[in-house]
Every structure is written in structure tokens, then in C-alpha cells.
Design a protein around this ligand. Structure first.
Ligand SMILES: Cc1ncc(COP(=O)(O)O)c(C=O)c1O
Length: 391
């Protein structure tokens, strides 16, 4: 086999003893090391061959001194978003950052004052809540509305609360509910933001992980120039390289990018790790075919969950339109949140994320990560099925 061939998504790769959070922190996280880890949002798949090859080539040069991003990196980023998302983003608006979470914290701190309100549709990826609460801003949660067909934004609630807010944090596509927001929803959000003079931060980290047939729409492609918009992008979820810690912010207004830049400079943050830079560029240059195969693979895993749900209707979910995450509605089990966690750990022997950590609307839910080999997921679902017998 050539050194940098693609590794099948079906190949189970032993991640134990690699200091990886998902496997090696099970004891610490769940109190026992024998749970199947289906929590933190990385996938159990090898990175694409193009990424591994670029990293190996960089390693051949033995000096790892201070580095800066090449122009070709910006070209590949722009090329990717143009061909995959029909977004002709302006390289002059791009700023590299160490990761999306540090960027969320930076945006909140650079563009709002302590005590100001930040509007966040929930449930949501927990660091959205932390970026507001841990920086002394006022968290205004706007619970998503659940309908027969899935989750939607609650525009009445958002409208009521927007008057008290300075910023809106959007997750697009949405973690954990898996929604790909439609054009009409995004346009309504833009109108709301313009009317209430909100700065909008759109975290598009899951934008490439749509299921076949779904299409992500960058808010930026619909927004007028007057909207103060920051979009966070990264190849980290797309290509399963999140620990390389590199992301890009696309900042529409110069004043906002100056403020964010200044914030990062004050922290002395240098995101230019030479390995992250070459991986980022190679993934956006050559990763299309790998991503297409991944999207199909995740689709088959999602189908396993759909079939499971038919047989075990006591657990419900709206199948995600994007991301490897399933927002599992366990309310029909009638367990308190601590008992629900204990059920998954002690009875099903599965390590999932607890819904309550995702803010309002998370009670009675668990988040399941299906970014793993089919046979691992089948085993996990079999364990869950066996544990549900007592209900
Ligand atoms: C919506 C969202 N944003 C950001 C991140 C993490 O970003 P980073 O690792 O670049 O800080 C995640 C990881 O799960 C996520 O789901």
C-alpha cells in the first residue's frame, strides 16, 4: 500500500493510549474506563491522505521556527468556499486564529462591554455559553422551538430579547440539533440584527459536514455590507484535525477586525503553528473527494440511528441535516438528568455528552457522536437496545 493511501472509514484505529481526550479521559469523565466513547466531537477516522502527506513533508525539514501563513493558504481557503459554498470571500477580510472557541471569546470581549447582553439560541455547543458568562456579559438564551419537522429559531422570542442585546451568536449549521438554516431563516435573522444593531457571530465550523442532499448557506452570502458580521471557519471538523488548532475569521467591518486583532495581540496569541498551516492548506486544496466519501459514510451511520429509532421509539431524534452529532431526546425515559447520565454510563456503558450542558432546552437529552466506524456504532446501539429492555 502506498504510504499515503486513504484509510477506509471502516478501519477501526486504536486510539487508546494516544493521550486522546475521547478515549483516554473516560475514567476521569465518566468514572469508568469501559464506556464506549461517543462524546467529544472528533471522529475516529484517519485524516485524509493529503493532510498526512503534507504534515510528513513539513517534518522532513528539521527546523520548526516561527512561521507565517503563505499566500497560497488564503488562496486555498477562498477556493474551497467559492467552489463548495458559492461564497466569494474577500481574502482581505480573513484573519487566522488559533481555534473557533478562542475566536468566540475574542469576538465577545473585543466587540461588547462587560454587562452587555449576548443573545444565544439554545441548546447550543457549551462554549457559546461560556464565552458570554465567563467574560462578564449577560447571557440571553433563546430556546429553539421544537416542531413536528424539527427545530426552528423562535423569532418572537428573539425579537423580544434583541432590544437588550448587543451581539448574537449563531451556530450554523447548528450543534447539537443538526439544523442547516434555510435562506428565509437567515434573512429573518439578518433583518432582526440590522433593526437592533446587533453584531452577528456565525460559527460555521460544521458547514462542510452536511448530509448528501443538504446545502449549507453561509449567512455572509445573504448579508448586506452594513451588517456587522463575523464568520468563523475551520477545516478542523471537516477533516477531523481539530487538535491542530487553526481557524479563520472572516470579518466584514474593518473596525471590528482591528478590535479583534488588537485583542489577540494583547494576549500574545500566535496561531501560526507550521504543522497546522500546511494541514489547513492541503485539506482545502485536495480534500474534496475524501469529504464526499465521508458525507456518504456518515449518511449510512445516520440511517442506522433512524432504524434504531423505529424499533425503539422511546428514544427520539430529528435526524441532523449536518454534523456527526445526534441530539437524542430521552425524555420519555422519565429520568432526572443525573439518573439519565448514570443510565447511559452504568447500564448502556456508553459515554455521551449530557444535554443539560448545552443550556436551556437540554434537559432530558443526550448528544451522541456517530463519527465512528459502522461496526462500533452498531455495537453501541446494541448495548443501548439491551439497556432499554427495562423500560
Ligand atoms: C459549533 C462548534 N464550534 C467550535 C468547536 C470547537 O472549535 P475549536 O476546536 O476550533 O476551538 C466545536 C467543536 O465541537 C463546535 O461544535
Amino acid at each position: 500500500m502506498p504510504k499515503f493511501a486513504e484509510i477506509s472509514f471502516d478501519t477501526v484505529i486504536d486510539r487508546n493510549h494516544t493521550d486522546c481526550e475521547k478515549f483516554d479521559q473516560r475514567e476521569q469523565r465518566f468514572g469508568r474506563a469501559d464506556v464506549m466513547p461517543l462524546w467529544v466531537a472528533d471522529m475516529d477516522f484517519a485524516a485524509p491522505a493529503c493532510v498526512r502527506k503534507a504534515l510528513a513533508q513539513r517534518l522532513e525539514h528539521p527546523v520548526f521556527g516561527y512561521t507565517f501563513p503563505a499566500d497560497t493558504l488564503y488562496e486555498q481557503l477562498c477556493g474551497w468556499f467559492a467552489r463548495r459554498h458559492q461564497w466569494a470571500l474577500d481574502p482581505a477580510q480573513v484573519m487566522l486564529a488559533p481555534g473557533v472557541v478562542p475566536s468566540l471569546f475574542a469576538c465577545v470581549q473585543a466587540l461588547t462591554q462587560p454587562g452587555e447582553g449576548v443573545l444565544v439560541p439554545t441548546p447550543v455547543y457549551p462554549p457559546f455559553l461560556g464565552a458570554v458568562q465567563q467574560t462578564g456579559r449577560e447571557l440571553i438564551q433563546s430556546p429553539l422551538r421544537e416542531t413536528e419537522r424539527g427545530y426552528t429559531l423562535d423569532f418572537e422570542h428573539l425579537e423580544r430579547e434583541a432590544a437588550n442585546a448587543r451581539m448574537l451568536l449563531l451556530c450554523s449549521p447548528h450543534n447539537p440539533v443538526g439544523r442547516v438554516w434555510r435562506a428565509d431563516e437567515l434573512k429573518a435573522l439578518i433583518d432582526l440584527a440590522l433593526r437592533h444593531r446587533l453584531v452577528v457571530v456565525s460559527d460555521d465550523i460544521h458547514c462542510d459536514l452536511t448530509y448528501l442532499g443538504e446545502k449549507h448557506l453561509p449567512l455572509a452570502t445573504l448579508a448586506p455590507p452594513e451588517l456587522r458580521l463575523i464568520t468563523a471557519l475551520s477545516p478542523s471538523k471537516t477533516f477531523n484535525i481539530p487538535a491542530l488548532n487553526l481557524s479563520a475569521l472572516v470579518v466584514a467591518h474593518r473596525g471590528d477586525s482591528n478590535a479583534i486583532q488588537k485583542y489577540f495581540q494583547r494576549q500574545r496569541v500566535n496561531p501560526y503553528n507550521p504543522f497546522a498551516l500546511v494541514a489547513f492548506e492541503a485539506a482545502y486544496r485536495e480534500g474534496d473527494a475524501w469529504l464526499e466519501a465521508l458525507r456518504a459514510y456518515l449518511g449510512a451511520n445516520r440511517q442506522l440511528v433512524a432504524e434504531f429509532q423505529q424499533v425503539h421509539p422511546i428514544l427520539r431524534c430529528h435526524l441532523p441535516q449536518a454534523s456527526c452529532l445526534i441530539w437524542l431526546d430521552c425524555r420519555a425515559l422519565s429520568l432526572s438528568d443525573p439518573d439519565l447520565s448514570a443510565f447511559f454510563i452504568e447500564k448502556a456503558r456508553l459515554g455521551l455528552n449530557e444535554g443539560i450542558s448545552f443550556g436551556m432546552g437540554g434537559e432530558g437529552f443526550m448528544r451522541l457522536n456517530i463519527g465512528t466506524q459502522k461496526r462500533v456504532l452498531e455495537l453501541a446501539l446494541a448495548q443501548l437496545a439491551a439497556s432499554l429492555k427495562e423500560f
